[in-house]
Ligand binder design. Sequence first.
Ligand code: SF4
Ligand code: SF4
Length: 109
Amino acid sequence: MQETDFSCLQCGHCCQALGSELSATAEDVALWEEHGRDDILAWVDEVAPGIYDLWIHPRTGEDVRRCPWLRKLPGQEKFICCIQDMKPEVCRNYPVSKKHAEETGCKGL
Ligand code: SF4
Ligand code: SF4
């Protein structure tokens, strides 16, 4: 998001609530393949050619709400992404606007 007044609070809300609504781009998948990230790819389901659903539990096939890459910082109410340098485009761009933040419960504005 371009708004300069946005500051992520690391509350983890987005990563705990929106996991089942996420999708990956072909570029995301290509990056994970290039880096041999089979651990990430295991949670991706190609539902149609070039259409990738996230995050799908590799054993149950269930769409999970809480992202498997979210970690709570010890002793703090803060969360980090443990695939920060590889996270999908949808996460890098979240929230896309103030309206999007409001609609999805992000308090970073
Ligand atoms: S909901 Fe907003 S403030 Fe909280 S972690 Fe996500 S982007 Fe950051
Ligand atoms: S990949 Fe990272 S930023 Fe995206 S939902 Fe998971 S923990 Fe959050």
